[in-house]
Design a protein around this ligand. Structure first.
Ligand SMILES: Nc1ncnc2c1ncn2[C@@H]1O[C@H](COP(=O)(O)OP(=O)(O)OP(=O)(O)O)[C@@H](O)[C@H]1O
Length: 276
């Protein structure tokens, strides 16, 4: 589904990361982890074909990034919906079906669209609130509706940029479990950007940590070790094994408390960490 081979990118005229390698097969769940500003969103954009590689290569479904956009679902980083927004959850999902046609129905849509939207709303467990105005849905409910939107055209690859951001712990766990289930039952490959490994660890097949211009990728048990994370983050991090065998990462730097203007704040945060 995705093959990143010794790739490098530059942003704003400076190198961001290089020597990045990652392979993701159908039905696999991979996480992109790392400190603020390491280039996680940029990796997603490179897979989408929005940011060019300056060395190495990226193949998506066997083609150049961006060529098979119809077969790739994408959920960008977002701010929450305004509480007064009257658009229903169902309409949010429908935008994934024909929103790119400025409201004009896709040919042959009608019933097929309604059936697929109902199916995907059911898949994400949103049937109970999909008829309500989205502004009145909770953060976790909104996130499920947005995942349904990204899934509605049956993508083979789903790219999720921080879908757990601003959710409380039970909702983080529920959305992580939902994404894991989508991989297994629908055979969709998922690449998810996250700040905290813990809520998703149990569901992951692969992780890629980006930090300090480089990357370490592989199965979680090989990559998520105290030694590797301490080196990557430049601060002591401990990886513990819980009684039930789960890995728990302790001491991982917290993301900024407010994520409303993420990229303004992340630059400041990243600079602060580099100095520490
Ligand atoms: N178009 C651009 N021009 C200049 N700099 C950019 C551009 N896009 C991203 N950057 C910078 O590249 C760095 C990596 O950005 P990116 O959003 O990929 O990081 P991230 O790991 O996703 O960060 P965060 O965890 O804060 O979301 C940041 O310092 C960002 O300011």
């Amino acid at each position: 589904m995705v093959c990143v081979d010794d790739a490098a990118v530059r942003v704003g005229g400076r190198p961001l990361w290089s020597h990045v390698r990652l392979d993701i097969a159908a039905g696999e769940f991979a996480a992109v982890l790392g400190p603020n500003g390491a280039g996680k969103s940029t990796l997603i954009k490179a897979i989408l074909g929005l940011v060019p590689t300056t060395a190495g290569s990226i193949r998506v479904l066997g083609e150049r990034p961006g060529r098979l956009a119809d077969r790739v679902g994408y959920l960008p980083q977002r701010r929450s919906f305004d509480a007064d927004l009257r658009i229903r959850g169902l309409d949010i999902v429908r935008m994934g079906w024909d929103g790119d046609r400025w409201g004009l129905p896709r040919p042959g849509a009608g019933r097929a669209a309604r059936e697929r939207i109902a199916e995907v709303v059911d898949l994400v467990g949103a049937s109970a609130y999909a008829h309500r105005p989205v502004g009145q849905c909770s953060g976790g409910e909104q996130q499920r509706l947005l995942i349904a939107q990204a899934l509605v055209r049956r993508p083979e690859l789903l790219l999720l940029d921080e879908p757990l951001d601003s959710l409380d712990l039970p909702n983080q766990a529920a959305v992580a479990a939902l994404v894991g289930r989508i991989c297994r039952t629908q055979g969709v490959a998922v690449v998810m950007v996250a700040h905290d490994a813990n809520p998703i660890l149990a569901h992951l097949d692969k992780v890629i940590y980006l930090a300090e211009g480089g990357a370490v990728a592989g199965p979680p048990r090989e990559v998520i070790t105290s030694e590797t994370l301490t080196r990557l983050y430049g601060t002591p991090i401990e990886v513990l094994r819980a009684g039930d065998g789960r890995l728990v990462v302790v001491g991982q730097p917290e993301p900024p408390a407010a994520h409303t203007d993420r990229h303004a704040s992340s630059r400041t945060e990243g600079n602060r960490r580099a100095v520490r």
